[in-house]
Design a protein around this ligand. Structure first.
Ligand code: HEC
Length: 155
């Protein structure tokens, strides 16, 4: 038996077979508790979060054609599941006020340290990259919003 010949076929065959194994889509919709429905937040902030964060941190991902191809779909799905575990903007309005304050602080830290959006994401989604100015706007917002939440909670 000539194994070399079979090896040549193995890769395309595996690539075809794995296409039958696709993770469930993250497409439950925005939901009423989504941060987008929080009227006290400026549209500039919401737009930034929308372009750079919601694909992995909400119940609704905008998929592209290449997301349907394994193993890309598995990697994307892993990012979404992990991202949502840390922070799900679809649950924002139902979150405890102190959880909100804690995560707001982390949001600023993550974007300032250029850890978010994930590099693998911003490489493909060029528009998701945040400029220094945008990072400042986000961090100004997180600190002002935290103060507001604290004040509201004290009353
Ligand atoms: C491609 C998917 C993806 C995008 C886009 C993305 N994140 Fe994340 N995020 C993750 C994953 C995965 C984790 C958990 C692993 C980690 O911390 O690296 C995470 C973790 C976090 C955490 C928790 C960090 C910690 O260590 O506790 C915060 C806060 C966060 N992201 C904020 C953001 C913000 C803000 C944006 C947009 C500017 C964003 N993310 C965009 C995937 C993403």
């Amino acid at each position: 038996m000539n194994l070399k010949k079979y090896k040549l076929f193995a890769i395309p065959v595996i690539l075809i077979l794995i296409q039958f194994f696709q993770p469930a889509k993250n497409s439950m919709g925005i939901g009423e508790n989504h941060i987008i429905n929080e009227t006290s937040i400026a549209d500039t902030v919401k737009n930034m979060l929308s372009v750079s964060c919601f694909d992995c941190h909400s119940n609704q991902t905008n998929y592209h054609w290449y997301h349907k191809i394994s193993p890309v779909s598995w990697i994307i799905n892993g990012h979404i599941n992990e991202g949502k575990e840390e922070l799900n903007f679809s649950n924002w309005k139902s979150m405890d006020v102190y959880d909100k304050i804690a995560i707001l602080d982390e949001i600023c830290e993550e974007v300032k340290d250029k850890k978010m959006p994930l590099k693998a994401y911003s490489l493909i989604h060029n528009e998701a990259k945040l400029s220094e100015e945008q990072i400042k706007t986000l961090c100004d917002w997180t600190s002002q919003y935290s103060e507001l939440l604290l004040k509201e909670n004290k009353q």
